[in-house]
Structure formats: C-alpha cells, structure tokens
Design a protein around this ligand. Sequence first.
Ligand code: PFF
Length: 447
Amino acid sequence: MDNQRSTFGSRFGAIAAIAGSAVGLGNIWKFPYVAGENGGAAFLLIYIGITLLISIPVLLSEFVIGRRGQSNAFRSFLHLAPHRAWGTIGILELLGAVFILSFYCVIAGWSLEYVYQSAANGFEGMTQAQMDSRFNEFVASGYRPILWMAVFLCMNAFVLGMGVTKGIERCSKFMIPALFCILVMLAGVNLLQPGFKEGAAFILEPDWSAVTGQTVIKALGQSFFSLSIGMAAMITYGSYIKRQESLVSVSVIVSLATVIMAVLAGLAIFPSVFTFNVPVASGPDLVFKTLPPLFAQLPGGYIISILFFVLLFFAALTTSLSIMESLVAFFSDELHIRRISALAIGFGIIIVCSTLCALSQMPDSSLQVAGLNLFDWTDTFSSNYILPIAGLGCVVMVGWFVPKSTVEHELTSSGRYPLWIFRCVLFMMRFICPPIILFMFINGLVS
Ligand code: PFF
C-alpha cells in the first residue's frame, strides 16, 4: 500500500473526474425526460434551486469526509466520527456502490453491443417493432450481454490499474470534453430537424401547471442521483482533491455541468422523437429501442448512431470508474494490499454480481428479490433506500458531530476562501438538508 495518498494532479483533472462520475446514464436517458414531463424549464429551475440548497451541501459533506479522512469511504467516516457506529454509513455507501455498479455495467455492456451493431449493420430501414424484438432477443440471449459486460469491466480494470492520476484523471480529461463535443454535434444535427422546435420546447419551455409537490421530490431524487451522492464515489474522489482546492467551487461547477449535459442530451434526443412522431420514453427503451431507427433516418445517420452509443459508453465508463475506485480504495486500505490486488477483488465481486443481474433479465429467470428481477431491484434499492439514508448520515455527521473548526478548515481550504460561504453551507447542513431528506425518504416509502 502506498503511504502517500494519490491526488488529482490539476484543477481541470479533478473537475473532469468528478464530473465524469456525475454525468452518466442518468443524465442522458432520464434527466431530460423527467424534466420534459414535469414542466420543462420550470423543472430545471426547481432542480437548480434544490441542488443549491440541498444536494450541494450533501455533496460537500461527502467531500469533507473524504478530504479530511484521507482514506476510503468507510475509514474516512471512522476518522471523523465521534463513535465507531458511524462507520455503518460508510459500509452502507460501499454496499450501494456494489449494487449500482452491478446493473450499471450490464447497461454499459449494452452500449458496447450497440456501438458494434451500429458500426456493423446500422439500423437503417428498421421499424420500431423490429428494433423492440432485436433488443429483447439480445437481452434474453444471456451470454452476449455478459460478454460485453465483461469487456466493459476489463476496460475499467485497465484504466484503474494505471492509478488515479495516470488512469482515472487522464481518461476523464479526454472523455468528458469528448462527451460534450459529441452532444453538441448531435444537438446540432437535430437543430435542422422539423421537430426541433417541439423537442426544444419539451425541455426548455416552462410549464408551471405541470409542477406539483411530487415535482420537487423528483427533482431532489434526480439531483442526488446525478451528483453520485450516497454511494461512496464522492467520498473517495474527495480524498483525492488537493488541500488548496475549493470544494465549494468544484461542487458548483460539477452541478452546473450535469444540468448543461442533460439539456444538451435532451436537445440531441427529443427533436428526433418529435420529428418522427413516436411516443416519448426514457431509460433503456428510449435509447436501445426508440432512438436507433430514428437516428438512422437523419442525414449522416450511420455516423450519428455510432457517435450516440460511443457517447453512452463514455458516460458509463467515467461513472463506473468512480464507483469501482471506491471499492479498490476500500480493499487496498483495509486489507493493506497492493492496488492491483484490490482491483482483482473488486473486479471479482462485480463480475459475479453483474452476471447475476444480466441473467436475471432472461425470460424465465428465478433471480428475483421482492417481486423484481435482480437487475431492477439493485437499481431501486440503491436509489430509493441507500442513497437517501447515506446522504442523510453524511450531512448530519458533518453538520452536527464533526468539530466546527474542521468543517471550516475544509470548506474555506484553510482560510483561502470566504467565511460566509462556510457559514451558509453549515446552516444548510444543519437545518435545511436533514428534515428535507427525511421527508423525501418517508414520502418514497409511503408511495
Ligand atoms: N451520477 C450517475 C448518473 O447520473 O448516471 C449515477 C451514479 C454514479 C450514482 C455513481 C451514484 C454513484 F455513486
């Protein structure tokens, strides 16, 4: 084990890696849809408000734990906590990391299959019904999704094997700008489509009549998920942020990046959906069934399909690196083993869990928990239970139990940044975030 903990080498590198974790599948296939269905720009404004008031303080509490604790998610908790019992939250976060990565890798594998399919055959001339059965057959085939998932995990292992700076940071510094450029290009092509106005209005026109109490709860859930809160990733990445770096500005920049990328994703997707008049959808159905035949009909459709699935792959890779890194850091710190051995353990656990998730999607699979197949259950359980409980645990511990001077030291980077920011954030950590997260959690349980 190295005595000297790695750090991100540059400010841009740190932001790229953290934004890489945040901007993932959720931003591309879910965020624009949720925004469109819940009032467009009205939703975006609520999302930004909620992010500033609640998600950023929670994210900052995770960064404070990681940067101060200088260890993995579990050990960092113990370093700061007044009692060992707080370590449970760290373990819960790591469990969340295993769950989320288990289904994330399967979907990432699908995106690789679709990069391959778009390059090999293209989707030209395919009807929506043909596309449906092609996707269903692929998922039900069992071995193909597992093969691609394994390829994806090997790519993860390759990048992580090179370390934090040379692996994660270098890869994110390339992939995040590339992701942005691809989104701009795809949105540009959509700009020329007859459905552009309608597609843009879907996410950018404010419709306050669609806003209800549920909208606020959806915005909060989306914001937490987008910012990778509650799953060990941000605590681990926090431990790699340099001492002099402002945690507050990193959080604000990354939050802004998630909104910009989601709006761009919306502009790259919905104009085509409206041009060809197909039902608006989200998630796997949108990207693997609805979009391919539509993209094939656009000018340069062959390239557009390839670019879109490469985009999905980049988004999934930079996100999965942050989750896998949390496990690698945990095993190497706790078992005092070399990074490469820790990587082998993490890889072994995830390949087993992801294989089970992939198999659970086969038609007569008995791999079910609480009436859901394993794939859907890991997603639901981590987002609805682990994420709010762990987020609440972090913000309560940092707000109330970590010495105020420590939090001040971290949030002002030892006096480099203004004190009033620290005071505002501490107020929100103490009085605003806990009741609202608790409310959101109970609401989720009831509904
Ligand atoms: N932020 C990712 C997305 O929007 O797809 C999801 C995610 C990644 C959640 C990492 C939690 C996590 F720890």
